[in-house]
Design a protein around this ligand. Structure first.
Ligand code: 1HE
Length: 259
């Protein structure tokens, strides 16, 4: 029997979810997308942050090109595949739990679409980014036109796809594809776990609001956005630990915000 595509480890309030098909560079076939959808639909309630990592030297080589080649999918078949990717990646982005991607090596095609659904992205120095769909005769179908274009701009994404440009870790970091770039010798997974722990110590309702409302509000008119923000703020401040957290500041029991 094949090993499951996702390896899941619970460490206190953190879940570490590892893409586990390194022999195929974590290429995403239909089963892999179903496994991601399944995990992100049923995250245990104790989990406050999720680290999305990948086994082997590469984060993810994108769409499983062999499966796509062998299946000779019709337009409708592939539309359905893309919709399955959209559903799964939407659950990552809008599931209400912060997701931190730990990236190394190739983050390409659908691999970049997957990483772009995470809220915080950490890269090591081997990481590189590309959208080689044009070279394969296909197009992005896992959300890049929405998520990657918003990170690097539609203008840059067009150029990147037309020329097949590969962005190294430093350039990807400069453009926002990675929020953090590990120093040489620093472990990307350890850094992602550290960030996950820091994030998990925020109020859970605040984190819920951050990851589920900001991207949605960006799609709204200003009037609707301000209304949604007010509603969200009103709900968040009813959290059970809000008084304690505010009291900690008022009574000078907590650290100040300093650089
Ligand atoms: C794969 C895939 C894959 C590797 N589908 N099997 N994505 C791409 O165009 C990227 C294609 N992959 C590569 O450019 C390279 O494989 C890598 C740079 C990622 C890694 O290179 P390397 O030298 O470490 O490994 P390798 O020898 O190329 O690959 C190891 C095995 O993984 C090999 O299989 P094997 O049976 O010969 O051992 C490869 O065939 C296999 N493999 N990548 C299937 N992608 C919803 S639309 C999304 C559209 C896209 O994602 S387009 C981008 C597709």
């Amino acid at each position: 029997m094949n090993e499951p595509f996702l390896k899941i480890e619970l460490r206190g309030t953190i879940a570490i979810v590892t893409l586990n098909r390194s022999q195929k560079r974590n290429a995403l076939d239909e089963q892999a997308i179903a496994a991601l959808d399944d995990f992100f639909s049923t995250v245990p309630t104790s989990v406050r942050a999720i680290v999305l990592a990948a086994a082997g030297p590469h984060f993810c080589a994108g769409l499983d090109l062999k499966e796509h080649h062998d299946k000779e999918r019709s337009a409708i078949d592939f539309m359905r595949v893309c919709q399955a990717w959209h559903r799964a990646f939407d659950k990552i982005q809008h599931g209400g739990i912060p997701v931190i991607a730990a990236m190394q090596g190739a983050v390409v095609g659908g691999g970049l679409e997957l990483a772009a659904a995470a809220h915080v992205r950490v890269a090591d120095s081997t990481t590189y980014f590309a959208l080689p769909e044009g070279q394969r005769g296909i197009f992005t179908g896992g959300g890049a036109t929405v998520r990657v274009a918003r990170i690097i701009s539609a203008n840059r994404m067009v150029e990147m796809m037309l020329t097949g440009r590969v962005l190294d870790a430093r350039e990807g970091h400069r453009l926002g594809l990675a929020h953090y770039l590990c120093e040489q010798g620093q472990d990307v997974l350890e850094q992602a776990i550290e960030l996950a722990q820091r994030i998990a110590s925020n109020a859970a309702l605040s984190n819920y609001a951050i990851v589920s409302s900001i991207n949605r509000i960006a799609d709204m008119s200003s009037t609707d956005g301000l209304f949604a923000e007010g509603l969200m703020a009103a709900v968040v401040q009813t959290g059970h630990d809000v008084q304690r957290r505010l009291g900690d500041f008022v009574e000078k029991r907590t650290e100040k915000v300093r650089v």
